[in-house]
Design a protein around this ligand. Structure first.
Ligand code: C2E
Ligand code: CA
Ligand code: CA
Length: 643
């Protein structure tokens, strides 16, 4: 009984828990309800006219006029909403009003029509019956999408109709009443089916929309939803003259987790990151997942630049806290790039592009921190573009040169080898530092072309050195991204005649972990190792590589980044880091080179570490090939080491 009562209640009222359905119902009704009132008015006036001379004037003029005013009022209210996108709350109120009015307006019209019945002749009486029958059918059609209102009207009009005519003792009217009641019942049955289909259709559409706009892993809006939200937020900010901020987040150290513990763990981590970001951002920030380990934020009405960076710092701090994935505790980080409209970016697509650039910049320079797109970045973009153009036009054979920086054994002061460093003199731009043009060449997809030229030049030089000296050569992650490139490197070594065992290839930790599939780098590094070359991990300590990840690479050396060495004799924290990185390299059975030693104090501080190699301005700046002979004459050179 309780169940059936509940069911009756649900049929008779507006379902509140389905906002999408409410909105769809409202949209359909905003066209159909005015139409319904129009039918009602025309039919009503037609009936009033046929009774003009037999019924009292208040019934044929006044009453229809009052009803007309009510109907016109309702039409006007509905017409204002045509084409507008309502919210669920507004739709709910409008539908509930329609539902309630059905039980007031239906009796009013019914009562009026039945009251006229006694005045007319047989034709006029028949008109009353026809009016009621045809109008109720029209009304049911128009109210089809608010089941409760349609049912109310059917019950009121037909109930009164059937009772009234059944009591009229006129078999024709009784028959009409029964016919109409049957038709209405059939219509209700059809209406129920239609309403169910309509509800399902709306649900399916909502579901499809959800699927198309939501990221199933994190439950956040996806890339597509993000870009439409950005367009909306942008038009809004533009119209109101408000500041709009956009942030792009990229996780640091996500790939190692994915590679080492498998994709299910990676998925779990992403879901936890999504949750933590939602908690940190709160309700006023539109957070979405762009894909992979990239998330984005839309900040409406942002405050000062400092406030944006402050918010960014909170997010980076939150991401730095360890994540528990079952029993596994993982630590990652996140870097954010922000751009703000209107100061820096003139439109939505530039806003995204610039935030992405700020992210890229932060990733290169200060991982785990927020960066705000600035005039400096703008200038770098311009100069990057001119570098890229000049690179495309460059004659690499003549414009590129290699300089060499010695690597020295700290205990014996013996020079064990040289690192080859690229130099580019562009006829248009002059000297361009490798830290500027290598990243540009990487992004432009032309770095491998430079690598081949530089490697050939470096090997030609190496072939002239004493056999004991090794060559360290920097490879870009892109050089290891395809079998073709690796094969080409192997071929160049073969042609050079230099023993592969004298060559160390340097790969930077940050580059390969971020950009490329680990398996590819691993495969290429393994191929180079098989050939007899060494593989060094450059800039060690600046990235987020997990230790077991490093174990998976066939490394022979680790190069501790310069940033830890500067002023290390004065900075106990730096010293501790260098000491533990050194211990770690020994633990892994790897040689260790400390980069960027500039002063005697730094060198002295490193000595107690033991068997370590150093490189830096203290011994020598990178020198031209022609200067090597002279340098070697003034220093010690080791005897050949059998690899
Ligand atoms: P890197 O591989 O870490 O190279 C060491 C950089 O530190 C070099 O800068 C070197 O000149 C500089 N350096 C060495 N000792 C000191 C010192 O004591 N103090 C200071 N302040 N700096 C020192 P460089 O030559 O400008 O190269 C910058 C970066 O460009 C390199 O960093 C490397 O990542 C990239 N690079 C250079 N040549 C090549 C190349 O042929 N191929 C690739 N893929 N990258 C290259
Ligand atoms: Ca290097
Ligand atoms: Ca380095």
């Amino acid at each position: 009984m309780a169940l059936s009562l509940g069911k009756i209640k649900s049929v008779a009222s507006i379902p509140r828990n389905n906002p999408e359905l409410l909105i769809e119902q409202y949209k359909v009704l905003s066209y159909q309800v005015p139409l319904m009132y129009l039918i009602l008015l025309i039919n009503t006036w037609a009936l009033a006219v046929t009774h003009l001379y037999c019924a009292p004037s208040w019934m044929t003029r006044l009453a229809p006029s009052v009803l007309t005013l009510i109907c016109i009022g309702r039409i006007a209210i509905w017409m204002t909403s045509v084409g507008k996108v309502p919210d669920a709350q507004l739709a709910y109120r409008a539908l509930r009003r329609t539902n309630r009015l059905a039980s007031i307006i239906a009796p009013a019209f019914t009562g009026w029509a039945l009251a006229l019945f006694s005045y007319g002749d047989a034709y006029a009486k028949a008109h009353v019956a026809f009016y009621m029958a045809i109008t109720v059918i029209g009304v049911i059609f128009c109210l089809m999408h608010v089941r409760s209102a349609a049912i109310t009207v059917t019950i009121i009009v037909n109930g009164a109709f059937v009772i009234f005519f059944a009591l009229s003792d006129n078999p024709v009217f009784v028959a009409i009443a029964i016919n109409t009641a049957l038709v209405c019942i059939a219509m209700l049955a059809v209406l129920f089916v239609h309403y169910r289909d309509f509800t399902r259709m709306v649900e399916a559409r909502t579901e499809n929309f959800q699927l198309a706009n939501h990221d199933s892993l994190t439950g956040l809006p996806n890339r597509r939803a993000f870009f439409s939200a950005l367009d909306r937020a942008f038009s809004n900010a533009n119209v109101r003259g408000a500041r709009l901020g956009l942030g792009v987040i990229d996780l640091d150290g996500f790939k190692p987790v994915n590679d080492l513990y498998g994709h299910p763990m990676g998925d779990k981590l992403l879901a936890s990151v999504g949750q933590r970001l939602s908690d940190t951002c709160g309700k006023h920030v539109y957070l979405s997942r762009l894909g992979g380990d990239e998330f984005s934020l839309i900040l409406s009405d942002v405050g000062t630049d400092a406030a944006v960076l402050d918010f960014g710092n909170r997010i980076c701090d939150a991401l730095r806290q360890p994540f528990m994935l079952g029993d596994l505790r993982v630590q990652i980080g996140g870097t954010i790039g922000f751009a703000v409209f209107p100061e820096m970016a003139p439109d939505a697509s530039k806003l995204f592009e610039y935030a992405d650039y700020a992210l890229y910049y932060a990733k290169q320079n200060r991982r785990g921190t927020p960066a705000l797109f600035s005039a400096d970045h703008q200038a770098t973009i311009f100069s990057d573009a001119s570098i890229e153009q000049a690179l495309h036009l460059a004659d690499v054979e003549t414009e590129l040169a290699v300089v060499y920086q010695p690597i020295v054994d700290i205990q014996t002061q013996v020079t064990v080898g040289f690192e080859a460093l690229a130099r580019w003199t562009s006829p248009k731009l002059g000297q361009v530092a490798p830290s500027r043009f290598i990243p540009v060449a990487e992004r432009a997809g032309i770095v491998s072309n430079l690598t081949r030229t530089l490697l050939k030049k470096a090997l030609t030089e190496t072939a002239t050195w004493p056999l004991a000296l090794r060559l360290s050569f920097n490879l870009s992650a892109y050089d290891l991204s395809s079998d073709l490139e690796t094969t080409e490197i192997v071929r160049i070594i073969g042609v050079s005649g230099v023993d592969p065992a004298r060559i160390d290839f340097e790969i930077t930790e940050t580059a390969f972990i971020q950009e490329l599939a680990f398996e590819r780098v691993q495969k290429a590094a393994t191929a180079l190792r098989k050939l007899g070359c060494g593989v060094s991990l450059d800039d060690f300590g600046t990235g987020y590589s997990s230790l077991s990840y490093l174990h998976a690479l066939p490394l022979t050396k680790i190069k501790i980044d310069r940033s830890f060495v500067t002023q290390l004799h004065r900075n106990p924290a730096s010293y501790k880091i260098v000491k533990s990185l050194f211990a770690l390299s020994k633990d892994m059975g790897l040689d260790c080179i400390v980069e960027g030693v500039e002063t005697h104090e730094e060198l002295t501080a490193l000595r107690p570490l033991g068997e370590v190699f150093v490189q830096g301005y203290y011994y020598a700046k990178p020198m031209r090939a022609t200067e090597i002979d002279q340098f070697l004459k003034t220093t010690l050179v080791s005897t050949p080491k059998v690899a």
